[in-house]
Design a protein around this ligand. Structure first.
Ligand code: NAG
Ligand code: NAG
Ligand code: NAG
Ligand code: NAG
Ligand code: NAG
Ligand code: NAG
Length: 275
């Protein structure tokens, strides 16, 4: 009897949350972006997997204004995007200068190259640059040292001052499941200090659960770190009214609650041992 009740409980969980059974989104990068020597294939250090409905799509990125990349033109040049479109997306003029630290929305053409999605930026190497400095300090985490190294394999040992480098920016296109639930765009959001998945989702009016799922995170496993990207599913293009709105009320860590996927695993196990 007890096991029948348990089975019904499990069936209920499986019925109300079919999405927890499908794991076809993108793994969050965690802290692996800084260890350039280790390339963990089960994570997204090389980029987001090319698992979407389309092999190319319109995507969005965020960038934090930081001199010399603090104007519409300099940010567009760095991120290889159309400055007219960037100014329109941010509702500012093409000669606008952003305040340092301001969140800038960036349109990006995202396409599959091999196994991973990327938006191409080109960057001229300066003296003292390393893949980590380029990925973390200049591109603020929109790329990784791993992805830059993978792209420049032909330069093998050194990166030369003055040479041009393709920097793959992290972007992705909606999966079939996301598309079915109305998601049309994925935003690669650059995390900064003091943010939670819930507070970032609130900026864009996205349900926290949808963002957690997009990054293969769960309420019990939702730690995120500055200078990494979080994918935020969107139904409509993002707007400056969202990014300049006063921050949502002080974010608190979501209260721990039983993770549905843990419950589901537990149920699978119970069903397995029972039959
Ligand atoms: C790769 O990353 C995953 C997720 O963080 C971790 O569980 C796994 O142990 C890592 N593997 C290696 C070889 O470091
Ligand atoms: C940039 O975007 C604008 C508006 O969409 C378009 O008119 C213009 O041709 C684009 N410029 C380039 C260089 O693609
Ligand atoms: C991006 O850059 C890579 C490497 O240089 C190149 O193979 C690829 O065709 C580029 N993608 C686009 C869409 O330009
Ligand atoms: C990445 O850049 C930020 C800001 O410049 C810095 O605080 C952080 O320590 C850097 N991380 C690494 C691993 O270099
Ligand atoms: C590497 O670069 C050299 C010189 O630019 C070029 O001749 C060669 O074809 C490149 N190799 C590959 C695999 O792209
Ligand atoms: C895939 O591309 C087609 C054709 O451009 C478009 O109509 C459709 O909305 C795209 N699907 C997604 C999920 O982006």
């Amino acid at each position: 009897m007890a096991s029948l009740r348990f089975f019904l409980f499990c069936s209920y969980i499986l019925l109300i949350s079919p999405q927890i059974l499908i794991k076809a989104q993108q793994p969050y990068i965690r802290k692996l972006n800084t260890n350039c020597g280790i390339r963990n294939a089960s994570t997204s250090v090389l980029g987001y997997a090319c698992n979407g409905v389309n092999r190319s799509c319109q995507a969005y990125l965020t960038f934090r204004s930081k001199p010399p990349y603090n104007t519409v033109v300099s940010i567009s040049n760095l991120l290889n995007t159309n400055s007219t479109q960037l100014s329109q997306l941010n509702s500012v003029s093409e000669s606008f200068t952003f305040e340092t630290g301001e969140t800038v929305l960036v349109p990006a053409r995202c396409s599959c190259l091999g196994q991973f999605y990327q938006a191409n930026a080109t960057y001229v190497i300066r003296s003292g640059d390393t893949p980590l400095l380029i990925a973390n300090d200049t591109f603020e985490g929109l790329s990784t040292c791993h992805a830059i190294q993978a792209q420049k394999s032909n330069l093998s040992v050194n990166i030369y001052t003055g040479s041009r480098l393709t920097v793959p920016l992290r972007c992705a296109c909606p999966t079939e499941k996301q598309a079915a639930s109305g998601v049309r765009y994925l935003l690669s959001y650059l995390i900064t200090w003091g943010q939670y998945v819930s507070s970032i989702s609130a900026i864009f009016g996205t349900e926290t659960g949808l963002t957690l799922e997009a990054n293969e995170l769960s309420e019990l496993d939702s730690n995120i770190y500055p200078f990494t990207t979080l994918l935020v599913p969107l139904e409509n293009p993002p707007s400056r009214s969202q990014t300049i709105a006063p921050p949502p009320p002080p974010a608190t860590s979501p209260p721990p609650s039983p993770s549905p996927s843990v419950a589901a695993n537990w149920c699978n196990f119970a069903i397995f041992v029972h039959w």
